[in-house]
Design a protein around this ligand. Structure first.
Ligand code: FE
Ligand code: FE
Ligand code: ZN
Length: 277
C-alpha cells in the first residue's frame, strides 16, 4: 500500500488538513505542530482531533507525520533552551496522543562548538525527558544533511543517540532523500548500498517515514535545499526506485518540495502513476 502526501498548513486544525489531503489525492500528510520558527501553539481542540480521527478512519488516511518546530535545539549549550525543547516536545506529545499512530519527527539538533559527542549526549538526555510522554506516538529522528554542526548527518550519529535512550521502542528514524543525498549517501548510484548501510548501522526496523524531496545541490555538498521531484540532482528515476523499494513498503511518504497545493497534487499523482504496488 502506498501512503503518499505532503506538508500542509496546520493553522485550520486537523479536520481541515484531513480534508485538504483527500482533495489532492493524499492518504497521509505532514504538518508543523506549531509555528516552525516560534514556540507558541494554539490551545488544543479535542473536538477537532476527534472529528479528524473519524474522518481519517472513513477515508483511509494512514499514519501522519507531525514535525516539531525547527528552531528547537535538543542539544543547545544553554540549559534554558534545552528545557524549552523538552517542554515544547512534551506539550506536542500530549496533543498528538489524541491522534492514534501519529509520528513525531524532529531535527536532532546542532551542537554548535560543543562537539558531536556532547551533542549526541544532550539529545539523548532531552529524549529521555520526553519519551515517557509519548503515548501511542513514535518519535522520529530525521536524517540531516550535516550542514554546519548539525547532528544526524551520519547514520552512526543517529545510532549513537538511539543507543543512549531508555525507551528506544518509542524512537524511530525518518529518512529525508534530499538530506541523505546532500549528506553523502549516494541514493542515485547505490541505493542498495545506502539501504544496506542504514540496516547495518541503525536497522531498517527503525525506519518509520520518508521525506521525498529532490535536491537543488550536488551529491555530498551538505547543503539541504529541496527541489521538486525530477527537477534536482537526484532525479525522478532514483526517487522512484526509493519509493518502490521493498524496504519502504507501507511507510508514510511526505513531500516537502517547493510547491503550492496544485503542485503537490500533481506530484502525488506522478508518484502514484509510477508506483509498482
Ligand atoms: Fe525536517
Ligand atoms: Fe525533511
Ligand atoms: Zn531539508
Amino acid at each position: 500500500m502506498l501512503y503518499i502526501g505532503c506538508h500542509l498548513s496546520s493553522s485550520k486544525g486537523f479536520l481541515h488538513m484531513g480534508k485538504e489531503a483527500r482533495s489532492i489525492g493524499a492518504n497521509t500528510f505532514q504538518f508543523f505542530t506549531r509555528n516552525p520558527r516560534g514556540g507558541s501553539a494554539k490551545s488544543f481542540d479535542a473536538e477537532d482531533a476527534a472529528a479528524y480521527c473519524a474522518f481519517a478512519e472513513k477515508e483511509g488516511i494512514g499514519s501522519v507525520i507531525a514535525h516539531a518546530p525547527y528552531t528547537l535545539n535538543a542539544c543547545a549549550a544553554d540549559e534554558g533552551l534545552r528545557e524549552f525543547a523538552v517542554n515544547t516536545m512534551r506539550d506536542d506529545l500530549f496533543r498528538l496522543s489524541h491522534i492514534p499512530g501519529c509520528l513525531y519527527n524532529f531535527h536532532p539538533g546542532s551542537h554548535v562548538k560543543q562537539g558531536m559527542e556532547r551533542g549526541i549526549e544532550l539529545i539523548a538526555e532531552t529524549l529521555n525527558a520526553v519519551l515517557p510522554e509519548a503515548k501511542g506516538t513514535t518519535v522520529l529522528l530525521e536524517t540531516m544533511a550535516g550542514k554546519g554542526s548539525e547532528v544526524g548527518g551520519k547514520f552512526e550519529e543517529l545510532r549513537a543517540i538511539i543507543d543512549r535512550v531508555e525507551l528506544p521502542e518509542k524512537l524511530g528514524v525518518c529518512l529525508d532523500s534530499c538530506h541523505v543525498f546532500d549528506g553523502g549517501y549516494d541514493i542515485v548510484n547505490d541505493l542498495e548500498g545506502v539501504l544496506n548501510e542504514f540496516d547495518r548501522i541503525i536497522g531498517l526496523d527503525k525506519l518509520k517515514a520518508i521525506h521525498l524531496n529532490d535536491s537543488k545541490n550536488l551529491y555530498g555538498t551538505k547543503k539541504d535545499r529541496h527541489a521538486c521531484l525530477g527537477e534536482g540532482n537526484i532525479g525522478l528515476d532514483a526517487l522512484m526506485k526509493l519509493v518502490n523499494h521493498s524496504a519502504l513498503r507501507g511507510l508514510p511518504i511526505g513531500l516537502e518540495t517547493p510547491n503550492d497545493l496544485a503542485g503537490y497534487a500533481r506530484e502525488i499523482a506522478l508518484v502514484k502513476s509510477l508506483y509498482r504496488g
